[in-house]
Design a protein around this ligand. Structure first.
Ligand code: ZN
Ligand code: FE
Length: 238
């Protein structure tokens, strides 16, 4: 079971519960007090913190929640030194046993050099941190465009109905850019009007799915002919 709630300005908090064991994880800790409140509201005891990367809006509540619940903190091994309270460093291909669930760890560098996505096949869901956003991708603070491209390709290979839980509500500003890159994409226009309807009602546009992003997200469509021609890269390829 997954629950989603807004945190800080435009972050999302996520709780993942494996019902048989009652294990409960927060994906990142944007706001320790808000996550604590959501746990209490649901009568849950936090057992795990799954960090995607070291930025403060993802690890800021680590120590508070670890202190309060004694939760185990896991995160990217490559950036272990930058993740407060980390107990277990993870890398690509690792499996994190979580009750009846086996969570698959994927390295998705680009936004930062150490960055993990957590794929939960039993929930048909992947938590991508700041790698993919709806109609966009994370800023390249530390990695190279090639690293981000590879990370997105890795995620794109998951089953199309996989839900993507990304960590920010950036959809409408991403949409404004996406239409400039692919103005004739009807799927994109449909997705934008759906997103506007949701945001008008103050509803989240997260989760999206791999299938939807493959049809609409310019960074997952970077090799389609229309985009290459619109950004004038159809002649001399990179
Ligand atoms: Zn970040
Ligand atoms: Fe972030």
């Amino acid at each position: 079971m997954i629950s989603l709630f807004p945190c800080l300005n435009d972050n999302y908090g996520f709780l993942l519960v494996e019902p048989d064991s009652g294990l409960c994880a927060t994906i990142d800790t944007p706001d320790g007090a808000e996550i604590d409140k959501q746990l209490q509201k649901r009568g849950l005891t936090l057992t795990h913190i799954l960090n995607t990367h070291h930025h403060f809006d993802h690890v800021g509540g680590n120590l508070f929640l670890k202190e309060k619940y004694g939760a185990t903190i896991v995160g990217p091994k490559r950036d272990a030194a930058r993740i407060p309270g980390i107990d277990i460093g993870l890398a690509d291909g690792d499996i994190l046993p979580f009750g009846a669930y086996d969570i698959q760890v994927m390295d998705t560098p680009g936004h930062t050099l150490g960055h993990c996505a957590y794929y939960v096949p039993d929930e048909a869901s992947v938590f991508v941190g700041d790698t993919i956003f709806v109609m966009g991708c994370g800023r390249l603070f530390e990695g190279t465009p090639a690293q981000m491209f590879d990370s997105m390709a890795k995620l794109a290979a998951l089953p199309k109905d996989t839900k993507i839980y990304c960590a920010h509500e950036y959809t409408l500003s991403n949409a404004a850019f996406a239409v400039t890159v692919e103005p004739d994409n009807q799927d994109l226009h449909r997705a934008i009007s759906m997103a506007k309807t949701l945001r008008d009602k103050n509803q989240p546009t997260v989760p999206t799915t791999i299938g939807t992003e493959l049809k609409t997200n310019p960074f997952m469509r970077a090799e389609t002919a229309a985009i290459l021609s619109n950004i004038r890269m159809d002649k001399d390829r990179f």
